[in-house]
Design a protein around this ligand. Structure first.
Ligand code: TYD
Ligand code: MG
Length: 466
C-alpha cells in the first residue's frame, strides 16, 4: 500500500508547504499551518455522482430526524426531546466537571431502554470505567466499552458492535495514524471528528464527542469542530459547588434557549427539578447586603440570592470584586449610586457575589445589586419577603427587563410577597404586591434604607452599627 502523504496548509490563506514552518510562506501569518492528508487530485472523481433530486419542502420526510429520549430528563429537556439518530453532539467542559459521569449515565439509560451503546474511552481503562459504572448503577449487558485511541480501531469497534449510540471520551485523545501531528492538535481533532461525522450519518447512529475546554473557556482544538457537529453542549459549574449547568451553544434540531440543571452527588448526577428552592434553602434573614433576584437562565426563571459586602478601604484604589456578576456593571452601578443617589462609594471596597455558583450577568439584576450595596453600606437589612427586578440606566432611571411576569410568578411560587419593579412593569401575579418606582433613588427612599440625595447618616466607617 502506498504511504499516505501529508502536507501543511495555512488555515488563513490556504497556501501549502511540505513541512511545518512557523510563518506561512503565502501570507506571512504566524502559527497558521495545519497538517492534512495530501489527496492527489486524480483520486477524486472528475464527475460527481448524481445527487438527490430537489423535492418540494412539504414532501421531505422529517421522521428520520425524530429525537429519541436518553432517559436523563434534564439532558432531554436541553436537547428538545433527546438525541437524533445520525447526529453528532459535542459535550464541552472543564476537566473534572462531570462529562464522563453524565455520559456513562446516559449510556446506561439508553442501554436499559433497549439501545446498544459503545463507550470509547481514550482517557480511562475499562477497569476504571467499570468501577465508576458500578457506583452509578450503570452495568448493563448492552453497554460495550472500548479503550481505544486509534481512529480506524474505533471505526472497527463500531462495525463490530453496531451501536445506536457511540460515545467518544474524548475527541482530543483520538489519533488518525496517517497524520504525524500529536493527539489533540488541530489536524488530528479536525480529521477524527470529520470521520466520525461521516460514520454517524452513514450508519444513522447518534455520536457524542467529549471535548475539553481551555482555560479561557473555548473548546480546545479548532473551531471547525463546532461547525462539523450538529449540536454543541457546554457543561459548566463551579467545581466547589455541587450544581452543574448544561447549556446549548448550537443546536441544529431545536432551541438553544434551554438550560439543564444537575447536582453532582455520591452516586452521580441527579436532575434538579426545583433550582430556586435549592438556591434559597440556606438563606438567612436579617443580613444587610442580601437580596433575592429573579433571573432568567435559558428559558427558566430562577431565584438567586445576591450578596454585597462593603468595607472602608485602606487602599488608594479600593478593591472591587464580582463573583457571578459582571464587574463592569458593578462599577457602573457604584458610579450611579454616587452621582444619582448621593451614596458615597468611592472609598469602599465592594465584594458582590451570587450565592451557589450561579451567574447573574444580566441587566435585570441591576436594581437588586444597587439596593444590596446601599443596604450593606448603611448596615440595614432589606425586607426578607422582597425581590427586585429592573435595569438601571446611567441616569439612575429604571427600565423593565424581559420576562418580568415569569420572574415574578417564580417569586410568588416561592412565597415572596413584594417586588420592587419599574413603573412600566406588568401587573404582578396573585400573592405579590408591586412597589413601583422610577429611579434607583426612589427605590432606596421607598425601602427607607437611606435618604436619597444625601450621604447615609451612618457614613461608611460605621458598618454593622445597626
Ligand atoms: P468526571 O465525570 O470524571 O469529569 P470529567 O469527565 O468532566 O473530567 O467527574 C469528575 C468528578 O466528579 C470527580 O472529581 C468526582 C466527582 N464524582 C462524584 O462526585 N460522584 C460520582 O458519582 C462520580 C462518578 C464522580
Ligand atoms: Mg472524563
Amino acid at each position: 500500500m502506498a504511504k499516505v502523504r501529508t502536507q501543511f496548509r495555512c488555515s488563513s490563506c490556504g497556501a501549502t508547504a511540505p513541512k511545518w514552518v512557523g510563518q506561512c510562506p503565502g501570507c506571512a501569518e504566524w502559527s497558521t499551518l495545519v497538517e492534512e492528508v495530501d489527496v492527489p487530485a486524480a483520486s477524486t472523481p472528475a464527475v460527481l455522482r448524481p445527487g438527490r433530486r430537489p423535492q418540494p419542502i412539504a414532501e421531505v420526510d422529517p421522521s428520520e430526524f425524530t429525537a429519541r429520549p436518553t432517559g436523563i430528563d434534564e439532558l432531554d429537556r436541553v436537547l428538545g426531546g433527546g438525541l437524533v439518530p445520525g447526529s453528532v453532539t459535542l459535550l464541552g467542559g472543564e476537566p473534572g466537571i462531570g462529562k464522563s459521569t453524565l455520559l456513562l449515565q446516559v449510556a446506561a439509560e439508553v442501554a436499559a431502554a433497549g439501545g446498544k451503546v459503545l463507550y470509547v474511552s481514550g482517557e480511562e481503562s475499562p477497569q476504571q470505567i467499570r468501577l465508576r459504572a458500578e457506583r452509578l448503577g450503570a452495568l448493563h449487558p448492552e453497554l460495550y466499552l472500548a479503550a481505544e485511541t486509534v481512529l480506524p480501531q474505533v471505526v472497527g469497534a463500531i462495525d463490530e458492535v453496531v451501536p445506536d449510540l457511540v460515545i467518544v471520551d474524548s475527541i482530543q485523545t483520538l489519533v488518525h495514524p496517517d497524520l504525524s501531528s500529536a493527539p489533540g492538535s488541530v489536524a488530528q481533532v479536525r480529521d477524527c471528528s470529520n470521520r466520525l461525522v461521516q460514520e454517524a450519518k452513514a450508519r444513522g447512529c447518534a455520536v457524542v464527542l467529549v471535548g475539553h475546554v481551555t482555560k479561557d473557556g473555548g473548546l480546545a482544538g479548532p473551531r471547525v469542530l463546532e461547525h462539523a457537529v450538529d449540536t454543541v453542549l457546554s457543561f459548566e459549574g463551579d467545581r466547589h459547588h455541587a450544581l452543574r449547568f448544561l447549556r446549548v451553544v448550537k443546536h441544529r434540531f431545536g432551541s438553544t434557549q434551554e438550560l439543564g440543571l444537575f447536582q453532582m452527588e455520591e452516586r452521580g448526577l441527579t436532575s434538579v427539578p426545583d433550582p430556586s428552592g435549592l438556591f434559597l434553602a440556606d438563606r438567612r434573614s436579617g443580613i444587610p447586603g442580601s437580596i433575592v433576584v429573579p433571573i432568567i437562565e435559558g428559558n427558566r426563571p430562577l431565584l438567586v440570592e445576591l450578596q454585597v459586602l462593603t468595607a472602608l478601604s485602606s487602599l488608594p484604589s479600593p478593591r472591587r470584586s464580582a463573583t457571578g456578576l459582571d464587574g463592569g456593571r458593578l462599577s457602573v452601578l457604584l458610579a450611579v449610586l454616587e452621582k444619582r443617589v448621593g451614596i458615597p462609594t468611592c472609598h469602599a471596597d465592594v465584594y458582590a457575589l451570587v450565592v451557589g455558583g450561579v451567574r447573574a450577568n444580566e441587566p435585570g439584576a441591576d436594581l437588586a445589586l444597587g439596593l444590596a450595596t446601599v443596604s450593606s453600606i448603611v448596615g440595614i437589612p432589606l425586607p426578607n419577603d422582597l425581590v427586585a427586578c429592573g435595569e438601571v440606566g446611567l441616569g439612575g432611571e429604571l427600565r423593565q427587563v424581559g420576562h418580568t411576569s415569569r420572574r415574578l410568578s417564580e417569586a410568588a411560587r416561592l412565597g415572596f410577597k413584594r417586588a420592587i419593579v419599574p413603573f412600566s412593569a406588568p401587573e404582578p401575579p396573585d400573592g405579590i404586591e408591586a412597589i413601583r418606582v422610577g429611579t434607583l433613588a426612589d427605590a432606596v427612599a421607598r425601602l427607607d434604607i437611606a435618604e436619597p440625595g444625601q450621604a447615609p447618616r451612618t457614613g461608611l466607617p460605621q458598618h454593622g452599627s445597626r
